[in-house]
Design a protein around this ligand. Structure first.
Ligand SMILES: [Zn+2]
Length: 496
């Protein structure tokens, strides 16, 4: 009798648990599908500034749903505002972009506001429960001066996520003040990370990474941190469906200067979410959608307390952020140097360079590693076995401007081994410095020396790969051009 009752209880528990799992899967799926409806159309790419989000806050001033409050000013005097929504007992503080060049969750926050304002769309009961059980305090773009320059640090040159203890930046003082005043039950510390971490030891980049920050060097787990692990376990389950094996977690070493670690120590369950990389999504619009889905799902789990059903041990099953995944790895190239030959792999990254007052960017690519890279991966890989790597030649004609060069038949030049074209001396173009061109050639300004020696570590990633005297591949500024399947629209040339 006793046995059967406990069995019955177990069965019931299983039913309840799987039912709520199914519900949260279902909700996540619906949120994922609904995102285009709520996507804030004013934000379309990563390099936006505070002036771009101010109207999105201002237009909500008269909306009774929200309380909008100035919470302080940045070092340069930009107003930092907090947007409060909901009337529930559970307080959740969410802040974004304490690093100025990490805007993905800022975009997602405005998508979430649009969502919270919706109705008759199948989410009414979810929204009602969320806003009755929680009060959400959003601080979007905590570091507007950094965002203005699209840089990580504040304008003082300080990383405010290493300023939680010293608080020498007004932005850090604002955040500490809010944590002290509100005493939130939950905190979401929303960041972007390098798009080049792998998820564990794999070729897949980590699209979302999490951290349940440690509040001491012993990496202890109290109830506060356990809830953080449970929330992450829940979000991971949801995300696996959309980005299988592309969720990772940070090593949980304690950082005594970090906000995540300190907020956890001060008694708020803190979740760090990092938006990483996703191949083919340079502006992180897909990752923004994942943020929308994951954050709203997590808030739902806070509202209905279903997070407590997650097993904290599953947190450790999420792979750690792993090795660097290069944008391009060229494998097994034959290198000739001083009359000798050897084999090397090249690890190449296409790094972003901001221009136009940091509202846009182009790529400038470097050979960042050279040698045996067999444990490493490339988001793109080129097997150069049997091919010899060579520096390209400089085309003998000098041109007055880039538009003249763009009229050249790039394919013919590359086939003949010419990768570099010279610009004549021109004060105007020199003043521009590093720039880009859509022509797949490497343009050298007057006075810019031709790179010497065999292409190698630290060089701009421009070279050719030859077999039996014939050029098969030209790599221009880190973009591979297969001369047997050529399209001049691929990639981006550079003006150096
Ligand atoms: Zn960050």
């Amino acid at each position: 009798m006793e046995l059967s009752i406990s069995r019955l209880f177990l069965l019931l528990l299983t039913l309840i648990t799987s039912n709520s799992m199914a519900q949260s899967d279902d909700l996540a799926e619906k949120l994922f599908k609904a995102h285009p409806t709520y996507r804030e159309a004013a934000l379309t790419q990563r390099r936006f500034k505070q002036k771009d989000i101010l109207p999105l806050i201002t237009k909500r001033q008269g909306n009774g749903m929200y309380t909008i409050e100035k919470v302080g000013e940045s070092f340069e005097g930009r107003t930092i505002q907090m947007i409060k929504v909901g009337t529930g007992k559970k307080k959740v503080l969410l802040w974004t972009q304490m690093h100025g060049d990490e805007p993905t969750a800022t975009m997602a926050s405005f998508d979430i506001f649009n969502f919270l304002e919706g109705k008759n769309d199948g989410f009414d009961s979810f929204r009602k429960e969320l806003l009755e059980k929680t009060t959400l305090y959003f601080v979007p773009m905590l570091n507007p001066d950094g965002a203005e320059r699209y840089q990580r640090r504040t304008v003082q040159g300080i990383d405010m996520n290493r300023d939680a203890a010293a608080r020498q930046t007004p932005e850090a003082a604002i955040l500490k003040g809010l944590v002290d005043k509100l005493k939130p039950d939950y905190g979401f510390n929303l960041h972007d990370q390098s798009p080049r971490y792998s998820a564990g030891r794999s070729p897949k980049v980590a699209t979302i990474s999490f951290l349940a920050t440690s509040y001491d060097y012993e990496l202890s787990i109290n109830d506060v941190r356990q809830r953080s692990m449970q929330l992450i376990v829940g979000m991971n389950k949801i995300l696996q469906k959309y980005i299988p094996s592309q969720v990772a977690r940070y090593a949980d070493d304690h950082e005594p200067r970090g906000f995540g670690d300190n907020v956890q120590k001060w008694g708020t369950t803190l979740v760090l979410i990092e938006s990483g990389g996703y191949v083919g999504d340079p502006e992180k619009q897909f990752i923004r959608k994942l943020n929308f889905m994951a954050i709203l799902s997590a808030l739902g789990k806070i509202a209905d307390n279903s997070l407590t059903r997650e097993n904290r041990e599953d947190y450790y099953k999420i792979p750690e952020n792993g090795r660097w995944v290069y944008d391009l790895v060229v494998r097994n190239a034959t290198v000739r140097q001083s009359g000798k030959s050897f084999t090397a792999d090249l690890g190449i990254n296409r790094n972003e360079v901001s221009y136009s007052n940091a509202t846009r960017f182009f790529y400038y690519s470097k050979i960042e590693d050279f040698g045996d890279l067999h444990p490493q991966y490339g988001s793109q890989e080129l097997d150069a076995k049997g091919y010899t790597i060579e520096k390209g030649k400089v085309y003998p004609t000098t041109y007055k401007n880039v538009s003249e060069i763009s009229k050249l038949n790039a394919l013919n030049l590359l086939k003949e081994g010419y990768t570099y074209v010279r610009l004549a001396a021109d004060a105007n173009t020199r003043a521009l410095g590093l720039y880009f061109t859509t022509t797949p050639l490497h343009i050298l300004r007057s006075g810019q020396p031709v790179p010497s020696g065999t292409p190698g570590l630290g060089n701009t990633a421009t070279f050719i790969l030859k077999k039996a005297g014939k050029v098969r591949y030209a790599v221009i500024n880190g973009f591979v051009h297969d001369l047997e399947d050529f399209s001049r629209e691929k990639g981006q040339g550079i003006v150096e």
